[in-house]
Structure formats: structure tokens, C-alpha cells
Design a protein around this ligand. Structure first.
Ligand SMILES: [Zn+2]
Length: 415
């Protein structure tokens, strides 16, 4: 009881404002509340940057060419003894963002070759563009990694923070990626065909075991003989629903999901290596989903495998990622953190995260004015994470604390 917790807080450029004095006031407010790490969004989901990048000048959000927000923020954080993590929205881009406009072929594509933006979600056009993590050369190695490397060269922040380090999930999670590169490379990556002897089916000599799948180790040609004649939609369907053996189980989805987790983790590795070359001491943190076994299957994010490349694990244990009542949330949250301690054991630190707004599901549904939302829920959630014993927590987000008038409550809860 009463032990001081480390507290990270996700924040956006509007929290810091566009002047030195507004940045100073924001850092002072956070420090007074007991916040020990600011996680500031520097690359947004629209694909634009909140710092005066030289190598990616076309991606700089208007207003940030002349105001070096991270530099001012970093100076104030150092004075206040607060860590600064630079938050990047990794694979989620804007339709009007320069990466997609210049290179539409870098976008993740469905079986018909279409990017995510034109898809309908909850009755509306989706609009945003998910980029393909696997394609080389592509968004990962031509854009995202050099962009983060340049940032690391310019700003001595404590960590680069990954978010959206994954495939899309709110759209059908099994639909991406079947871009031209993935259709060509997934079968090679998975060893479904030999580069050296591509046309030989390599049937087993004997089939002398009772189980067809027990003849796997000679690596037969998995692709059907008519592969090159199949339209892309049928190739995609085979890669997700086909079988390793003709006449065997429909088990190729295993390789599809493995391919996706491989490339997401590969990005974590590549960017780590690129940053190490320019600033060896810089760390990495990541916002991840609450269960890596589930997110590995659904969005290519098995974050247990990030540990060699990311020191600080920040699971988004938001209430809307759990079912049930507020009381059930607190119970399930404690259970989840117990599992996360095991999954994150190879990370240096674990910061269970909660979102303020989602605590107030009932109040929002009842259209209760925000001024009347019970601060008790915030206090009890902080207490539940404290009781789980990680010594750290993370909160989404600064703007909500301001909007709901809850900074003082956070200060009490952390004290
Ligand atoms: Zn792809």
C-alpha cells in the first residue's frame, strides 16, 4: 500500500499546444499529478508528423514546420524528471497521407486487390488505409523504419512507442494481406514451393504412415499445379482455406497467421536495429492488445515475440476490450494482468493501461453530464492495477482527464 507507482499517459499534440508556454504548462500539470512518462503522438493515424522532419518534409502536418514540439517537450520533460516516449501510429495511414498517395501499392489489399479505405464499416466508408507490413521494398523499409530512424537521430527521447503495430482487426481480420507481394512471397516464405525445382510435386515415396499429415517433413509442393493460372481471389482463398496436402486437412490458415505475426515482429526487429545504429541507448515501448495469443491470431500481433526489440510493454486493458459490468471489468482486469506478467516476463517493464472514457460506459449511455461522472471509478481502477503489483500503469489519455476534470483525482489516486 502507498508505494509510488510509475504512471505513463498517452497524449496528443493538442494537449501540448503550439507554443513553448503551453508545452511547459502541460508538462507541469502532468508532473503535479504524479505522471512519470509522457507518451506523445508524433505520427498520427492520418499519416502526418508533428515535428519538422527533413527527410519526410511532405508528411509534416501544417504548423509543425516552424514549431519543434518534441524539442520543447523533451526539454520540459527533462527539467521535470519525466520520461518522454514518442508515439508512432505504425501501420495505419491516411488516404490523403503522402505515403499512400505516392505509393498506393504499399497498402494492404484484400483478395480482390483492394485497399482498406473503400470498405464499409458500420454503414460508413472506412476511409483509413492499412499498410502491408510484409512487402519489401515497401512501406516498412522505405517509409516507416527510415522515418523513425530520422526521429531517433534528432531527438534523444527515452523511447519510441509503437502503436497499431499489427494488421487491421475492426475490418474482417482474415482479409489482409493479399497484395501482389504477399501473393508472390507468402508461398515462398512458407516453403510451399521450391525455387530450385518449382514444378516437381514431390509426392512421398511411401505414404506408409497411417496419417497423411505425418508425411510433411519432405516439404512437398503445396501449391496446386494450376497455381499460375488462378485469379488472385482464388489464390488468396487457397492460401487462407487450402490444405498443405491435397486430400488433407484445410490447415493453410496456420501458415497465413504465422506469416503475419512474422512480419509484424520483423518490423519491430528492423526498426530496433536501425535506431540502434544512430542512438544505441534509446528504448522502445509498445501499446499492445490484452491477450497476445488472441491478437496473434486475429491481427498478427503476438507481442510475446517483441521482447528482444521492445523493453516496455503497455497492454491496452481498456474496459471496452472486456465484456460485462464495471465490477466484472475490475475482476477480469486483475486476471488479465496476472497473465500479462507471464507473457511479458522477457520485457523490462509492464505498464497495464486503461482508458478513462470507457470506464464511463453506463454514464455515457445515460447521457449523464461529464461533470457528474463518478471519480470513484478512476480511483478504483488505479487501485486495482496497483494491487496487481506491476508497480506501473498507463492511462489513455491526457485529453480525457482534462475534459472530465479528473487530473486532481489522478493525483490523489497515485499519491
Ligand atoms: Zn501484402
Amino acid at each position: 500500500m502507498g508505494e509510488r507507482m510509475e504512471c505513463g499517459i498517452w497524449c496528443g499534440p493538442s494537449d501540448a499546444g503550439m507554443s513553448e508556454s503551453s508545452v511547459a504548462a502541460f508538462v507541469e500539470r502532468a508532473a503535479r499529478a504524479g505522471v512519470t512518462a509522457l507518451i506523445m503522438e508524433v505520427k498520427g493515424g492520418h499519416g502526418l508528423l508533428r515535428y519538422p522532419s527533413r527527410e519526410f518534409a511532405e508528411a509534416v502536418e501544417p504548423g509543425y514546420e516552424g514549431f519543434d514540439m518534441p524539442a520543447h517537450l523533451l526539454r520540459r520533460c527533462r527539467e521535470a524528471g519525466i520520461q518522454l516516449h514518442a508515439w508512432f501510429i505504425d501501420y495505419y495511414e491516411g488516404e490523403q497521407g503522402p505515403a499512400y498517395r505516392r505509393h498506393p501499392e504499399w497498402a494492404a489489399a484484400d483478395a480482390d486487390g483492394r485497399p482498406t479505405c473503400g470498405t464499409t464499416l458500420r454503414g460508413s466508408r472506412y476511409g483509413a488505409v492499412w499498410m502491408c507490413p510484409a512487402r519489401r521494398p515497401g512501406y516498412t523499409d522505405q517509409w516507416l523504419v527510415p522515418l523513425i530512424r530520422e526521429f531517433a537521430e534528432r531527438y534523444e527521447v527515452d523511447a519510441v512507442h509503437h502503436d497499431y503495430i499489427r494488421y487491421p482487426g475492426d475490418l474482417a481480420p482474415d482479409t489482409y494481406c493479399f497484395c501482389d507481394d504477399c501473393l508472390r512471397e507468402m508461398p515462398r516464405w512458407a516453403g510451399f514451393v521450391s525455387d530450385a525445382i518449382p514444378d516437381e510435386p514431390f509426392y512421398h515415396e511411401l505414404y506408409d504412415r497411417p496419417y497423411l499429415e505425418s508425411h510433411w517433413e519432405q516439404s512437398p509442393r503445396v501449391l496446386p499445379p494450376n497455381w499460375d493460372r488462378l485469379p488472385r481471389a482464388m489464390q488468396s482463398r487457397f492460401l487462407l482455406h487450402g490444405g498443405f496436402f491435397q486430400g488433407g486437412l484445410n490447415d493453410l490458415d496456420h501458415f497465413f497467421y504465422s506469416y503475419r505475426t512474422h512480419w509484424v515482429t520483423e518490423f519491430a526487429r528492423e526498426v530496433r536495429e536501425a535506431v540502434r545504429q544512430v542512438r544505441p541507448q534509446m528504448g522502445f515501448s509498445a501499446a499492445v492488445f490484452k491477450n497476445p495469443i488472441h491478437s496473434g491470431r486475429f491481427i498478427g500481433q503476438d507481442w510475446r515475440t517483441f521482447a528482444p526489440y521492445v523493453e516496455h510493454c503497455m497492454p491496452m486493458d481498456y474496459r471496452d476490450h472486456f465484456p460485462g459490468t464495471f465490477e466484472q471489468y475490475l475482476t477480469l482486469l486483475a486476471e488479465a494482468i496476472g497473465r500479462q506478467k507471464v507473457w511479458a516476463r522477457d520485457y523490462r517493464t509492464l505498464w497495464p493501461g486503461f482508458a478513462v472514457n470507457f470506464l464511463y460506459k453506463e454514464e455515457a449511455e445515460a447521457a449523464l453530464p461529464q461533470a457528474q461522472w463518478p471519480h470513484e471509478k478512476l480511483r478504483r481502477t488505479v487501485a486495482a492495477i496497483r494491487a496487481a503489483g506491476t508497480g506501473r500503469l498507463c492511462i489513455f489519455c491526457a485529453g480525457q482527464l482534462t475534459a472530465y476534470g479528473m487530473w486532481d483525482t489522478l493525483q490523489e489516486a497515485l499519491a
